[in-house]
Design a protein around this ligand. Structure first.
Ligand code: GDP
Ligand code: IMO
Ligand code: MG
Length: 428
């Protein structure tokens, strides 16, 4: 038995969906622990593509149990839409999904506040997904949030909603001159959602802990990535949750002593969506090449992803704050046609060299990356599933990354399909 956390090592979209789908084969429970439907996890099975936003990617495997933990924020309308869309495609979502009563609910005023706040920030906007994630977590911390357990108790829900709507309408009107919400409309809409979701709600912490006691394998599916983590990321250009491994414990109610391995999903280059510092960003033809070849367009918002070279100090920082025991290296095949491949090994700022990722936004925004250059392999690695079949120069690139991150690479992904994978060591 093993309990494994999977987290993104960069700025999200590292290919967590594909890796989680792969590992699900050996898992009994697949658990989301933070974030919300800002996530977009792509899984390709045969010629069918699925993009999961809130429901763990494990749902695509019959017989696996999927859990939305307390650390997740849930937009009930988005969740119901996702359940219905899966059912329409023949995926069962019934007694295989469990939702924590402690998870917080995204309300329409959260989306409205976020929209107005982003508008007001102008060029300083975060470039959020517009899903109301930040304001919902803000309410959670301010202890005025509405939880799933409140939603399914109509009296409690109405009492909380009444106070919140009063306050939010005041904000919207006075601060942003924006339209507020009508209590009864929101109440009636959400009571409909409550009925649809009621039967999924349980104490998921007890459920997962029991499963662990029974020797089941639990896979914790992170959303976003280390540098979008509210504590460890490029604050304030981050999301509002703990995307790093620690978030899996607080976001599910499973103690750290129960965790066996932490797998970091690392893209063979770097991408980022939204605003914020990105030292190795390429605004040239190579950046465009990576975007097109890697199909780097947001799985949630469709926005083009910013692309750049591999950033070793940023990834090795991620290895430390997550405590990675393993790495899954993804999208190696995207680099196939390049003459030259660069790796950032440090940064220069004001004449000083930084070997570690600086925490100061000013330095991250103004620094020049220091690169070392490797020769491209210029042959296709697409779909390779045996390490020995990789070209020598691709092995050299992988080995250099391993050296710089100081973590074992146990999975190498060479395409978006399940079988386009090299498994060097089974991690369950
Ligand atoms: P996530 O948010 O971390 O789950 O990643 P996304 O699904 O948002 O983005 C990753 C994209 O890369 C998806 O379109 C995947 O189908 C695709 N992908 C994953 N692994 C590989 C790979 O090894 N090679 C290629 N070419 N595409 C991949
Ligand atoms: P997955 O799980 C990439 C980014 C947004 C924005 C910032 C804050 O698919 O890797 P938010 O709506 O969360 O308040 O936006 O975070 N962001 C992501 N970027 N992948 C994601 O998820 C993301 N989820 C949020 O673009 O910059
Ligand atoms: Mg994604």
């Amino acid at each position: 038995m093993s309990n494994i956390i999977v987290t993104g090592a960069q700025w999200g979209d590292e290919g967590k969906g594909k890796i989680v789908d792969l590992l699900t084969i050996d898992a009994d429970y697949i658990v989301r622990y933070q974030g919300g439907h800002n996530a977009g996890h792509t899984v390709v099975i045969g010629n069918k593509e699925f993009i999961l936003h809130l429901i763990p990617s494990g749902i695509l495997h019959p017989g696996k149990k999927c859990v939305i933990g307390n650390g997740v924020v849930i937009d009930p309308h988005a969740l119901i839409t996702e359940i219905d869309a899966l059912k329409e495609r023949g995926i069962e979502v019934k007694d295989n999904l469990f939702i924590s009563g402690r998870a917080h609910i995204i309300m329409p005023y959260h989306r409205a506040i976020e929209k107005e706040s982003e508008k007001l920030k102008g060029s300083l906007r975060i470039g959020t997904t517009g899903r109301g994630i930040g304001p919902t977590y803000a309410d959670k911390m301010a202890r005025v949030g509405i939880r799933v357990a409140d939603l399914i108790d109509s009296e409690v829900f109405k009492d909380k909603l009444k106070i919140n709507i009063q306050e939010m309408n005041y904000f919207l009107d006075k601060l942003y001159s924006a339209k507020g919400f009508i209590l009864d409309d929101v109440y009636n809409e959400y009571m409909g959602y409550a009925e649809r979701l009621r039967n999924f709600v349980v104490d998921t912490s007890l459920l997962i802990n029991k499963a662990i006691d029974e020797g089941k394998n639990v896979l914790f599916e992170g959303a976003q990535g280390t540098h979008l983590d509210v504590d460890h990321g490029t604050y304030p250009y981050v999301t509002s949750s703990n995307a790093t491994a620690g978030g899996a414990c607080t976001g599910t109610g499973v103690g750290p002593t129960k965790i066996d391995r932490v797998l970091g999903v690392v893209k063979a280059y770097t991408t980022r969506v939204g605003s914020g510092p990105f030292p190795t960003e390429l605004k040239d033809k190579t950046g465009e090449f990576l975007r097109e070849r890697g199909r780097e367009y947001g799985a949630t918002t469709g926005r083009p992803r910013r692309c750049g070279w591999f950033d070793a100090p940023a990834t090795s920082y991620a290895a430390k704050v997550n405590g990675f025991t393993d790495i899954a290296l993804t999208k190696l095949d995207v680099l196939d046609d390049l003459e030259e491949i660069k790796i950032c090994t440090g940064y220069m700022y004001n004449g000083r060299r930084y070997d570690e990722l600086p925490s100061e936004l000013k330095i991250l925004e103004g620094c020049e990356p220091i690169y070392e250059s490797l020769e491209g392999w210029k042959v296709s690695t697409s779909g390779i599933s045996r390490y020995d079949d990789l070209p020598q120069k691709a092995k050299a690139y992988i080995n250099r990354l391993k050296e710089l991150i100081s973590v074992e690479i146990t999975i190498i992904s060479t395409g978006f399909r399940r079988d386009e994978t090299i498994t060097l060591r089974k991690i369950f």
